[in-house]
Design a protein around this ligand. Structure first.
Ligand code: SAH
Length: 225
């Protein structure tokens, strides 16, 4: 079973995505185990302090190294982790290839930053991998961590009902997925492409492939480089 430990100053911000739909089912099926850790519980001083002003001056608090190290050391004492990931905008951007790799790699620790981020020494000495979810800045690493977990968990065999479903999603085969339709067949003068109603599996497959190529050329031409 894959175990993911998420460390955050605001664990309540991250819990709800794990309480619904596909991810919830994966947890219930014991395919994945998620543990949330409140950084305050690992603070060294009596005031439960986890952040402080930055040296050199400037606005924004910085998460301190001590509570982070305390938490990660405790986790590492009990099991082996494949990666200790820090969610941060100034890192390589998450893609399907990274999600695939992490879905088969082993246990993960995910550290969520907040405010100005974490003390650089955490990144230099403790973190083994850094991931961004895009070139924009959010208030905390909680939503990015949820995005990362979702992208990983849905790829684990047994999580999606139809095993081939993840394989036919966009990016999985270096292509954007073809369009999909469902009932009603006609709506407001818009009808479903006839071929999908033909029952001819071979022709439908060919049509889907053509559409995938067409859409990829248009939306992500770089995939053909
Ligand atoms: N001062 C930092 C930004 C801090 S944002 C900088 O200029 O780079 C606060 C926290 O939100 C970060 O520590 C990180 O954990 C998270 N975060 C914000 N945007 C993110 C993104 N695009 N991807 C991943 N994590 C992000």
């Amino acid at each position: 079973m894959l175990r993911i430990d998420i460390i955050s100053v605001l664990p309540k911000l991250i819990k709800s995505p794990f309480n619904a739909s596909i991810i919830k089912r994966a947890i219930e099926k014991k395919i994945v185990e998620i543990h949330f850790h409140d950084l305050k519980d690992y603070a060294s001083n009596k005031r439960k302090q986890v952040d402080d002003y930055q040296f050199g001056g400037g606005s924004g608090m910085v998460l301190m190294i001590e509570p982070i190290k305390n938490c990660i050391d405790l986790l590492k004492k009990d099991r082996v982790y494949k990666e200790i990931i820090y969610m941060t905008p100034d890192a390589k951007i998450l893609n399907q290839k990274i999600a695939n790799k992490l879905s088969i790699g082993g246990n993960l620790i995910i550290l969520c930053g907040h405010y100005k981020g974490v003390d650089q020494r955490v990144r230099d000495k403790i973190i083994t991998m850094e991931i961004s979810i895009g070139d924009y800045v959010l208030s905390g690493g909680e939503l990015p961590a949820a995005v990362l977990c979702d992208s990983i968990i849905r790829l684990i065999p047994g999580v999606l009902g139809d095993e081939t479903s993840a394989l036919s999603d966009s990016f999985q085969d270096g292509m954007i997925a073809p369009p999909v339709y469902t009932r009603p067949e006609n709506f407001d003068n818009m009808s479903v492409p006839k071929i999908l109603m033909s029952g001819n599996k071979g022709k439908i497959e060919n049509w889907r492939e053509e559409k995938a190529i067409e859409r990829t050329k248009k939306i992500r031409p770089n995939f053909f480089d």
